[in-house]
Design a protein around this ligand. Structure first.
Ligand code: TEU
Length: 557
């Protein structure tokens, strides 16, 4: 069996609302994406993942879908989509769609019909109960909403405008598979599946118990990797993917464990190609994302190390720092001040050369930072706004609530892409739907592309290295210096090639002298670094990253 193509691929995520606006209404659109495909091609990415562009009331920015087979007029038309898909393919890039089928919008005709009466033929397409259980919504408050028309409650794990579909009903599953086939027949190359490990609920919907895992406290033990999730995904594989080739299907899975991750991505089980796990992005918070603290590097090493080891033989990892739900990595675990460029490159290097498929979120390749939100008026995200309202109503100090939201709000990722230093960062000629980060005058694509030492060109080299060096895609993984408080180091080995990645994850000088074979490595071929001038010896400057390569005796089989 040849290795699947996506092992040596890099995926770029676009959040269409915030990428580029071609018609001046202040919201990004398909025309804007088409106009910037050269940027993706110059970066060298293989796949484009589009966050949802379907018709939607936009309660959760398109993750509330009212029609699975059309395009929201804000973004364009189906004809615009077909043109975009052709252009993307002409640039040598594949395109995957966001598949949001744990829930629909409450304005989807399925739900409109379901809520109409207790004996609607679609009543059972959603979860209706006479009394709510204690599950809470990811966006604050109860996960149940009373519907006056019939006096029953419906389940919504996310906003009240995102009712959960009942996957126990085979008609629901067939409707989803048929829609997926429709998109694949149109030419798309796979799916990023939103919270796909939540589609199977314990059908008796028991109360949840409170736990430390931020995902479990919502009653998650009854729907995270629920009883029939593997069965459903295997059925989906048979009904949709079987007989098609070259797809990429990645499941977003809050709360997934390594053991489950292995089952989902074992090729023999025919479920998914890879999953987004959440362990590393939960390391800097306790109980809730609003209670965040600085990263402990040991915890990151332990977490990544376990996932690398756990999926070494069977299964495959996704590698990510950022997406539309996460704050910007350079502000979160790097240094968005003096060492912004260096630390962005260091963190990119650390992540990308692990075993797995890396994902780059729009603007990450520029080292874009978090936003200096100055008041609640600057926020747009339903998760942030609901949390603020709930906390302040509960008596919390509004300034303290704002301070806790600033580093973690999803709006940090959703500020417009910074194309140039002009007004509104070249994102729109109109009034942007969410404020542009004032630092766009300095941090922008035009400046980064023109500067050979930019974060952009470093990411380009990382992607090039994955394409050119089989050890990056296929090598094994060994964590080194597990106890070092500053240095993150590992080797990748494939046939007779060995790579060493060594990164100083701090703003203080560090040393690589404790590495096994340190002297020999320092004399090996340096394939990539963020240090200027070329590094010497075993001392590592602040946020210095180096990648070495050497040829060794092939490991005996
Ligand atoms: O996210 C699910 C998820 O678990 C989150 O990361 C979540 O958004 C949470 O608020 C983190 O604090 C997916 C989408 O990526 C997200 O944008 C949607 O809001 C959500 O599902 C519902 O569709």
């Amino acid at each position: 069996m040849p290795e699947p193509w996506w092992k040596s691929a890099v995926v770029y995520q676009i959040y269409p609302r915030s990428f580029a606006d071609s018609d001046g209404d202040g919201v990004g659109d398909l025309g804007g994406i088409r106009a910037h495909l050269d940027h993706l091609q110059a970066l060298g990415v293989d796949v484009l993942w589009l966050s949802p562009i379907y018709p939607s009331p936009q309660d959760d920015n398109g993750y509330d879908i009212a029609d699975y087979r059309d395009i929201d007029p804000t973004f364009g038309t189906l004809a615009d989509f077909d043109a975009l898909l052709d252009d993307v393919h002409a640039h040598g890039i594949r395109l995957i769609m966001d598949l949001v089928v744990n829930h629909t919008s409450d304005e989807h005709p399925w739900f409109v019909e379901s809520r109409a009466s207790k004996d609607s033929p679609k009543r059972d397409w959603y979860w209706w109960r006479e009394r709510p259980n204690n599950w809470t919504s990811a966006f604050s408050g109860s996960a149940w909403e009373l519907d006056e028309a019939t006096g029953e409650y419906y389940l919504h794990l996310f906003s009240r405008k995102q009712p959960d579909l009942n996957w126990e009903n085979p008609e629901v599953r067939q409707a989803v598979y048929s829609m997926m086939n429709w998109w694949l027949d149109r030419g798309v190359d796979g799916f990023r599946m939103d919270v796909i490990n939540m589609i199977s609920k314990n059908p008796t919907l028991p109360d949840g118990t409170t736990g430390d895992d931020p995902w479990r406290r919502f009653g998650g033990e009854h729907y995270i990797c629920g009883p029939r999730v593997h069965e459903f995904l295997q059925e989906m594989h048979r009904e949709v993917f079987e007989g098609r080739d070259a797809l990429l299907n990645v499941g977003e899975m809050p709360g997934v464990t390594i053991e489950e991750g292995k089952l989902f991505t074992d090729p023999a089980r025919k479920e998914l190609d890879m999953v987004f796990q959440f362990e590393h992005v939960n390391l800097d918070q306790r109980g809730s994302k609003w209670n965040s603290f600085p990263l402990d590097l040991h915890a990151l090493k332990r977490s990544f190390g376990r996932w690398q080891e756990g999926l070494a033989e069977t299964g495959w990892n996704s590698l990510y720092w950022n997406n539309h739900d996460q704050p910007r990595i350079v502000s979160r675990w790097g240094d968005d001040g003096e060492h912004r460029v260096r630390s962005a490159k260091a963190l990119g290097t650390l992540l990308h050369l692990h075993r797995g498929t890396p994902y780059v979120y729009q603007g990450e390749e520029l080292g874009m930072t978090n936003v200096p939100f100055d008041s609640i008026e600057a926020f747009r995200d339903i998760e942030s706004l609901n949390h603020y309202a709930e906390a302040v109503a509960g008596g919390a100090d509004p300034d303290a609530v704002l301070a806790s939201m600033r580093p973690m709000s999803r709006d940090n990722a959703r500020a417009p892409m910074q194309w140039d230093g002009s007004e509104h960062a070249g994102f729109t000629t109109g009034e942007p739907w969410i404020p542009v980060n004032p630092n766009h005058t300095e941090i922008n694509a035009a400046a980064a592309v023109a500067d050979p030492d930019s974060v952009f060109h470093h990411y380009r080299r990382l992607i090039e290295l994955r394409h050119a060096e089989p050890a990056v895609a296929h090598g094994d993984f060994t964590m080194l210096l597990a106890d070092d408080p500053q240095v993150y180091a590992y080797t990748r080995r494939h046939e007779d090639t060995e790579l060493l990645v060594v990164v100083n994850v701090s703003g203080e000088p560090a040393s690589a002298a404790a590495l096994p074979d340190a002297e020999a490595w320092a004399a090996a071929e340096l394939v990539l670094t963020n240090a200027e001038p070329e590094p010497q010896g075993l001392g590592l400057g602040p946020w210095e990253a180096r990648v070495y390569r050497r040829i060794t005796a092939p490991r005996s089989a």
